[in-house]
Ligand binder design. Structure first.
Ligand code: ZN
Length: 228
């Protein structure tokens, strides 16, 4: 895929490249590799499943705005609850960004990125949380991630990799996998200027002024913060 993508495709407002898969929606170009990875996992006793695939701009906007208004809990680095009402606007913005992407700047807007878990490791009524405590070595999804670590390290994970290294503002998120060849088309075209101009014209974004005032830092550390 080398085509030029539209702004709508880059920010999660287009659905033309997407198809439903399991309980999620994903980019059509990742299906074959995902199913190949599932087969490899299955041979090792894992049942790879998608907790979250494509997420629209509108959905991310709801999540963002509910964190701003306090409807959704705001968590700190160690998972502790923070009180957003006690903060200045800039601190509010960066506290939300630790665990939630800026609307328009999430890799989940592309359908190329998945949050995954091992369905074989839990009962059918288990609620997947996507937290660090689930993916530690001795935790419920630890064996899956150790296996994935070795596949990714060997360049043998069917084109998938982990874009977040934990070195910048975003948490490491071991459960987050990306299809490299497909996501790179998006990441290379989503420039700081494109996203800034899009958000500047988005009246529904709460804390928009503080976001735009700090945009260079946000883009560097929370949008363009992954390994290409
Ligand atoms: Zn994710």
């Amino acid at each position: 895929m080398s085509d030029e993508l539209s702004v709508d495709q880059l920010v999660g407002k287009a659905s033309d490249a997407l198809i439903p898969l399991e309980h999620a929606v994903v980019h059509k170009d990742i299906i074959d590799d995902w199913q190949a990875l599932c087969r490899l996992a299955s041979a090792e006793g894992f049942d790879l499943a998608i907790a979250s695939g494509y997420r629209s701009f509108d959905r991310q906007l709801v999540i963002w705005n509910e964190k701003v208004t306090g409807v959704r809990p705001l968590l700190g680095a160690r998972g502790e609850t923070l009180d957003i009402k006690l903060m200045q606007d800039k601190e509010r913005v960066f506290s939300i960004l630790r665990w939630s992407a800026i609307p328009g700047g999430s890799r989940h807007h592309w359908g190329t990125d998945l949050d995954i878990y091992d369905r074989a490791a839990v009962s059918s009524d288990y609620v997947v949380q996507l937290i660090a405590d689930e993916v530690k070595e001795e935790a419920v999804f630890g064996p899956l991630h150790s296996w994935l670590d070795s596949r990714i390290e060997a360049g043998a994970a069917c084109g998938f990799y982990r874009p977040y290294t934990g070195l910048s503002g975003v948490a490491e998120e071991k459960w987050h996998l990306s299809h490299k060849a497909t996501s790179q088309c998006y990441s290379r075209q989503l420039s700081e200027r494109v996203l800034y101009e899009f958000l500047a014209a988005e009246p529904g974004l709460l804390l928009r002024e503080a976001v735009l005032e700090n945009f260079a830092e946000i883009f560097l550390n929370y949008v363009c913060c992954y390994e290409q």
